[in-house]
Unconditional design. Structure first.
Lengths: 116, 216
């Protein structure tokens, strides 16, 4: 039975893209596929929304963009992680782990249920 | 700014085309009909226009904001220049009208006493009983008084062409002398006559009617 797809938690797209680009330079479609495959097709991203995020990150200097040739020898824009982007990734990942851990701890705690 | 925007849009459109082509080919390779594969790729991609806008905003947000501010400032400047122009034209027209009024014969000062008119005979031509009208009316002067045709204050003001611009209509003073020359003073608020709160004042031979003036 296929897993139910989930919308991405707001604000996490940039974190995931930065993480994917640690593998190496990629074009937009490859980033989309890698996100889907790594999340085992659970994370659902409207693919078009990736591009404004990529342009924002390039503007901030977290990634660079340059035209190159794809596997099929077609012109494509490749995005590459910069040192600044790597630092952003570390900060964002640490913040996410703190938040996820805190949420997990609250959910795992044994509160007595309030009966009506 | 416009050229840069077009350049960004062209690049993003090329990226989107590449993305959709790869997504379509992947589905076709998986056995999907090409048309259906393309439709599915476009559905998954979402709105191309929104993506274009988002990319342009990401790249040129500051430049677009500056351009908008520039546009607003130019519009404000044009509005200010237009406003000043309109005011200057009005001032010029009013000045011309004022000059023309001052140049009119018999006008001592604008808005106060009015030009001499043929409706008021010169004092030396007035014979017999008269009523004097002075102060802030359009045509002050000596007005003939005919005992057979009662003259009221309202009729006198009407003959004088109405009050002057700064007339104090609430403080009209009428001076009347008896046979011995003893004066009686009558204060009239013209508004009371207009409102019907008091009867019109019937004037008599020799009455002096004075309409004071105030700019307040």
């Amino acid at each position: 039975m296929p897993k139910k797809k989930l919308d991405l938690v707001p604000g996490t797209l940039e974190l995931l893209v930065l993480k994917v680009l640690t593998i190496g330079p990629m074009h937009g479609y490859a980033i989309t596929r890698r996100l889907a495959q790594t999340s085992e097709e659970v994370v659902r991203v409207e693919e078009g929304s990736l591009y404004p995020a990529l342009h924002r990150m390039a503007k901030r200097g977290w990634i660079t963009a340059e035209w190159g040739a794809s596997e099929a020898n077609r012109r494509a824009k490749f995005y590459r992680l910069t040192a600044r982007g790597r630092r952003q990734l570390e900060e964002k990942q640490a913040a996410w782990e703190r938040m996820a851990g805190a949420i997990a701890r609250v959910l795992a705690s044994a509160f007595a249920e309030q009966g009506a | 700014v416009r050229a840069r925007r077009r350049e960004i849009e062209a690049e993003v459109l090329e990226e989107i085309g590449f993305h959709l082509d790869l997504a379509t080919r992947e589905s076709v390779d998986a056995g999907m009909d090409p048309a259906a594969a393309r439709a599915e790729a476009e559905r998954r991609f979402g709105s191309v226009n929104e993506v274009l806008r988002g990319c342009v905003r990401a790249q040129m947000g500051e430049a677009i904001m500056l351009q908008k501010m520039n546009f607003v400032l130019v519009a404000l400047l044009l509005a200010a220049v237009t406003f000043v122009g309109v005011i200057l034209v009005q001032v010029r027209d009013e000045t011309a009208a004022l000059r023309a009024a001052l140049a009119a014969p018999g006008l001592a000062s604008p808005g106060l006493a009015a030009p001499a008119s043929a409706a008021v005979p010169p004092p030396e031509q007035v014979r017999g009983p008269t009523v004097s009208l002075l102060g802030s009316v359009r045509r002050p002067g000596l007005y003939p008084y005919d005992p057979r045709r009662p003259l009221t204050l309202t009729k006198l003001i009407a003959q004088a062409g109405d009050f002057g611009q700064f007339a104090t209509q609430s403080q009209i003073q009428i001076t009347r002398r008896d046979q011995a020359g003893t004066p009686t003073f009558i204060d009239v608020d013209f508004g009371d006559i207009l409102a019907g709160d008091r009867p019109d004042v019937r004037l008599e031979d020799g009455d002096l009617v004075y309409v004071p003036e105030s700019v307040f």
